[in-house]
Design a protein around this ligand. Structure first.
Ligand SMILES: [Zn+2]
Ligand SMILES: [Zn+2]
Length: 358
């Protein structure tokens, strides 16, 4: 019988990845909203096929569709795609290929059944998710964001747009996508006649958000097709001006892809220009923050002197301290910490909307 779950320890899997024993891999993301009758069955079906092809990564399956972030051995890429396209609702789906790819994005395969493929907090039954905004290709996106009647909103979270965003974009200070929807709607009320242009990492958040904005009375709603990942690809291929500055945050071991050479954020500890995210070495803390090499050395990879003290305690003592709060390796606290004084929000929502409200 085929195995339906990973049985190897993550430490061994991760070690294998960093030693480069996995050969050439391609990092891919894709999503599709659809109506799935039996997500669990679909999940198992995928797991069996993808395991055989050596696919790694994180995928969510729900009644509303699929959201996948994975890596595939280069030699199996075609077999993977061919198989995917045999699934009727995924036929010819666009696969977002990573821009900067060292193949070390994932070290194991997990496919989870969830109630939603993207937590959005929306419960309104009358909301039609298929009535979404107009998709924009990079070329048209570049044009419309120059229009004075355009409100350009970054639909990602604070730790994502902190290291990179489109020039002139409004970057709301939000922790989650779920939090962002009611907050943004509340602030943009009265601006229903403007062009509302949204973007996110790979496009999935804007699929929902654009439909939600239309549902709330906005008439001219647009979204960047395929998100920042696809934009960067088109800008490169079509020789367009690249209006994205900094790095594109990604949800895998790489943390981010560099899109332009600009470093727009600061080390949260010393304030010098830096855009490298890390997790605090203290596994009981695990805070996601930006840290430069000097601070990494001085704090031994920790977010504070307190955490630095903790990692020097015997492992038993550390375990006791984090009992019940061990957050594992892949999850990270998205919260902020008051003692990290150099966190920045470039163009908060209220600020950015001022010029449209006069
Ligand atoms: Zn520093
Ligand atoms: Zn810490």
């Amino acid at each position: 019988m085929s195995k339906l779950h990973n049985e190897e320890d993550w430490r061994i899997l991760k070690e294998r990845m960093f030693q480069g024993k996995m050969g050439q891999r391609v990092t891919i993301s894709f999503y599709q909203y659809a109506k799935l009758g039996n997500p669990q069955l679909f999940r198992d079906y995928l797991f069996i096929h993808w395991s055989e092809l050596g696919v790694l990564g994180r995928t969510y399956v729900a009644h509303e569709g699929i959201n996948a972030q994975i890596s595939v051995p280069a030699e199996n890429f075609e077999a993977f795609r061919d198989h995917l396209y045999t699934i009727s609702f995924l036929e010819n789906i666009r696969l977002n290929l990573a821009i900067e790819d060292d193949g070390k994005s994932f070290y194991k395969l997990t496919i989870k059944v969830r109630t939603k493929i993207l937590a959005d907090g929306l419960t309104d039954e009358s909301f039609d998710v298929t009535d979404k905004g107009t998709h924009l290709r990079a070329k048209d996106f570049n044009e419309i964001i120059e229009d004075d009647n355009t409100i350009l909103i970054d639909m990602r979270n604070h730790y994502e747009h902190e290291i990179g965003h489109f020039k002139g974009a409004i970057t709301p200070d939000v922790d989650t996508f779920r939090d962002s929807l009611p907050y943004i709607i509340d602030q943009i009320k009265g601006l229903e006649d403007k062009n509302l242009v949204m973007y996110c990492t790979g496009g999935i958040r804007c699929e929902k958000a654009s439909a939600w904005m239309k549902h709330n009375g906005f008439k001219n709603v647009y979204q960047l097709e395929g998100g920042i990942i696809e934009y960067a690809r088109q800008a490169e291929n079509e020789n367009l001006e690249n209006k994205f500055i900094g790095k594109n945050f990604v949800f895998d071991e790489r943390w981010a892809e560099r899109i332009s050479d600009d470093v727009i954020s600061k080390c949260h500890q010393c304030g010098k220009p830096c855009d490298t995210h890390t997790n605090c070495e203290n596994r009981g803390c695990h805070l996601l923050f930006i840290q430069c090499d000097e601070c990494k050395a001085a704090y031994e990879g920790c977010c504070s002197n307190e955490c630095k003290e903790v990692i020097h305690l015997p492992e038993d003592e550390q375990k006791k301290q984090r009992a019940g709060i061990d957050r594992g390796v892949m999850t990270f606290r998205k919260g902020r910490a008051g003692y990290l004084g150099h966190k920045s929000i470039h163009n908060p929502l209220e600020e950015g909307l001022k010029k449209f409200k006069t």
